[in-house]
Design a protein. Sequence first.
Length: 293
Amino acid sequence: MEKALADRAAVIGSFDGVHKGHAVLIKALLKEAKARDLQTIAVTFDPPPSLYFNPNFNFLLSTREEKAELLRSHGISEVIFLDFTKVVDEEPQVFINKELLLRRIRFVVVGEEFRFGYKRRGDIETLKKAAGIEVMTLPKKRMEAEPISATRIRELLLLGYIRRTNALLGYEYRLKGRTSKGLGRAGALLDTPTVNLKPGDPHKLVPPDGIYAVRFGTQHGPGVCYIGSSPTFGDSAHKIEVHLLEGPPEEGTAPIVHFVERLRPDMRFDSMESLRKQVKKDVAQARRVLSQK
């Protein structure tokens, strides 16, 4: 006999990046769920609405896997991904009945601008009128006098403001993927092990070209990351190279790059000697940055 679902408390949203603004909603959910003896659940969407409405949207802050991992790290017991291609056209009451009440969701926490259903006809008032669901809304958390949002974080990241990006996220922005074969020049130039990374999700936002102080893998080993097309060598292929400052990673280390700070933009050098001198400065600066935290 199938076990009956327990009553649940849900936080609902896109949760791109699972940033500090989202953390406020989740914290409220956990508190209220405990007081009501409800299980906690995050209800989100796949594909994300931004990608559904624009298939060429390559600015996601988190992949599906990262989103689930981050939500659970905040204490959420279960993460459900609704198929956005189906729920986008559901009438608001159908969404409430099918996606919420059938899952025994009795308490909901959402942001004050939450909309849902066909042509975004559903809003906070629609939810509040639904029988059997209690609703809590919260305003957006602010930092530096502005609301924290995925849009604001993307803008900072695209400008290379890594520290400010991380401050709004609440963690170091990361890229995960698979290793690919490089040309071997960078490792020889730096005399360090080098990992060439190909992002696992083509829609994940890649920081702008430049040199970065990073931590690599689950061990968070110190490194310098280069993003660009090597203008000094006249290459055309865009690449992501991570130079590991304390030797090769342990066997089986997941290829994840955690961005700490952008050191400088990419540039073309007139000679290999000029490039070598700058690379030494970059490494020294990266070590200083990474030793501060």
